[in-house]
Unconditional design. Structure first.
Length: 406
């Protein structure tokens, strides 16, 4: 029979591997989440190191989880589990109580949890972590220390390379609502029976120098001896919010072209640059050249930005420029610049600036691309997790083969 300490080891290991993996797949998302925390806690001075901290966090989670799954350096890994839970469980309780950040980001964009759900999740995981920690001396070493430490070092290096690849290009799995295959208008729809936000309004009245609080149902509407002082409104329960709720394309003149572009049955290439001044100038040049070439071939070309486009003044005056909210831009693409091909509101494909196909091939690629299945991301992530588990199993066997511990 499988013992409780073995079950706990596998559950804790899987959770940490998965948590580190989904953060590593989208390192820019992790960076943005750190920036959110720094803003919430008024430590904006740390923003320049947000990316580095994101890489350290996801790598630490992944390697600790991998060590736990394979049985490598169990005592050190058990301490790592405990330190993580001692640090993050109180933090998630504070987030649940004060709500300075709406989503803790513990599973990146793969799984969204409320702050209370995250706290309860941490309490449950802490049970398995404590079991592993209490039994840490009962787990037998599977090989000599130098082999085990070398394995973890190699694993960390490979994982960091994987993270950097996702940063330099686009995430190998896109969890966001603008992923390839998504239909933007459909994700903006609010169902008729969807729950709406629920608010509580408190009315403050004064009479004879005494102030009292009333609800909308109990306030003294017929008693003129009360004087209205103030009112407060508090959100009790958030209603349904569609996956895409802040997507709008505005021209410099203030015209909203969102519906027109999303309804276009033809093909459109969008070049997205959150801050043009911070983008690679060569990639901007290449992107505009490719976009204008596509436009000559009958494909619409638009430049989306959330900053002052001063650097575009040297290019053609016929460029179609659209302004988009900065947060929305960060959600759409994890590259500056990045590119997205759409047709009838459906995302056909996306490219990082350095991965944009040659301009001569781009029109044909856009016109012949079929939207991928919505389940593609889940399938790819499942294969990656399965591959990691297989590697952990093989690693365990190989290290035992060289085991010199009696």
């Amino acid at each position: 029979m499988i013992s409780l300490k073995t079950i706990s080891r596998h559950i804790a290991g899987l959770v940490f591997v998965f948590s580190g993996l989904v953060k590593g797949i989208d390192p820019m998302g992790s960076m943005y989440k750190f920036v959110d925390y720094f803003t919430a806690f008024h430590i904006e001075a740390l923003e320049p190191v947000a990316y580095i901290l994101g890489v350290i966090l996801c790598t630490s989670e992944f390697i600790i989880g991998f060590a736990i799954l394979t049985g490598i350096r169990m005592r050190a890994a058990a301490w790592g589990l405990l330190i993580f839970m001692l640090g993050f469980t109180p933090l998630t309780l504070y987030l649940a109580l004060d709500n300075p950040v709406a989503d803790c980001g513990c599973f990146g964009d793969a799984i969204h949890l409320t702050n209370w759900q995250t706290f309860y999740k941490n309490l449950i995981i802490s049970i398995f972590v404590l079991i592993v920690f209490i039994n840490r001396k009962k787990y037998r070493s599977i090989s000599v220390p130098i082999y085990e430490w070398a394995t973890l070092l190699i694993g960390a290096i490979v994982f960091i390379i994987f993270v950097q690849y996702n940063y330099s290009h686009l995430p190998v799995v896109d969890f966001r609502p603008y992923r390839s295959g998504a239909n933007i208008p459909e994700k903006m729809i609010i169902p008729e029976d969807a729950p709406t936000d629920e608010y509580e309004t408190t009315l403050i009245y004064e009479k004879d120098g005494v102030r009292e609080e009333f609800t909308l149902e109990t306030y003294p509407s017929d008693d003129t001896t009360w004087t209205f002082i103030d009112s407060r409104t508090r959100l009790l329960k958030e209603g349904y919010k569609p996956p895409i709720h802040d997507f709008s394309l505005i021209t410099p003149e203030g015209q909203d072209l969102t519906d027109i572009i999303l309804a276009d049955q033809g093909y459109n290439l969008l070049m997205l640059s959150i801050k043009i001044a911070e983008a690679d100038r060569e990639l901007i040049d290449r992107g505009i050249e490719a976009g204008l070439y596509c436009r000559d071939q009958g494909i619409g070309f638009y430049i989306l930005t959330s900053s002052a486009p001063d650097l575009l003044s040297q290019y053609s005056e016929e460029l179609n420029l659209l302004f988009v909210d900065e947060t929305t831009m960060k959600t759409i693409i994890r590259s500056n610049p990045g590119f997205m091909a759409i047709s009838a509101g459906t995302v056909l494909d996306k490219w990082a600036g350095r991965d944009l196909p040659e301009k001569e091939k781009l029109p044909e690629i856009i016109a012949t691309t079929s939207p991928p299945s919505p389940a593609r991301g889940t399938i790819v992530l499942s294969f990656i997790m399965a591959g990691i588990l297989l590697i952990a199993y093989i690693t365990n066997i190989l290290l035992r083969k060289f085991n010199k511990v009696k």
